[in-house]
Design a protein. Structure first.
Length: 220
């Protein structure tokens, strides 16, 4: 009895990339491509309609691949999600993992390896280049990164939560509320709530003073 093929949805706004990925997968008898779409909204709609085994999503496609991943994983929790992207940025990588992606692959990879990577994901594994795995290990090696400790004596009534540290880090990078919401897969109002908590706990007047305090304490 033949084994059913694994059905893959491909979402990428770059048509040549979609075609190359489709060729790599359809050349392998384990897979069939059930949908080709160009944006996040199309990815969500096609996932609900087709019920694929795997959604292969571009991070930077219109509408946002991370937003699509979050929506698909919420609606279809058994579907595996793998990001395929040019971005090796930590914020995109960690955002994908928070959105419940099971893999994060770079478009620079040899696409002949893609079928095996997706097969591993469907078997319960994860797909990620070794260099990105090393960065994950470094990120989570300690309970609290060293740069967070510079404000430890400034917190007035309770420690900042992990999410508040993330928001503070993005504030220091100069991101707007809307940009932080996109990075963290949160609503702008939720980001503003976190900023208000940071300001209160650090005993400063506003977000600008919070950033200035961090820079003074960290020497940056």
């Amino acid at each position: 009895m033949a084994t059913a093929r694994l059905r893959v949805l491909i979402a990428d706004d770059h048509a040549p990339t979609r075609e190359d990925v489709e060729k790599a997968l359809t050349a392998d008898e384990r897979f069939e491509v059930c949908a080709l779409v160009a944006d996040a909204a199309g990815a969500v709609q096609a996932a609900i309609r087709e019920q694929p085994d795997v959604c292969l999503l571009d991070v930077r496609m219109p509408g946002g691949g991370l937003a699509a991943a979050w929506e698909i994983s919420s609606r279809l929790p058994t579907v595996k999600i793998v990001m395929l992207t040019v971005s090796d940025d930590d914020a995109d990588l960690f955002g994908a993992l928070r959105a419940r992606a099971s893999g994060y692959l770079l478009k620079s990879m040899d696409l002949r390896q893609l079928p095996d990577r997706l097969a591993d994901v469907c078997s319960g594994g994860a797909a990620m280049p070794g260099a990105l795995v090393a960065r994950l290990v470094e990120q989570f090696r300690g309970r609290e990164p060293r740069w967070r400790q510079v404000l430890s004596g400034q917190v007035s009534d309770s420690r900042l939560t992990s999410r508040e540290w993330e928001v503070l880090e993005l504030l220091v990078q100069g991101l707007s509320t809307a940009e932080m919401a996109g990075r963290l897969v949160l609503s702008p109002s939720a980001v503003r709530v976190h900023i208000a908590a940071i300001v209160r706990k650090l005993g400063v007047a506003d977000r600008d003073e919070a950033v200035a305090l961090f820079r003074r304490r960290s020497g940056t």
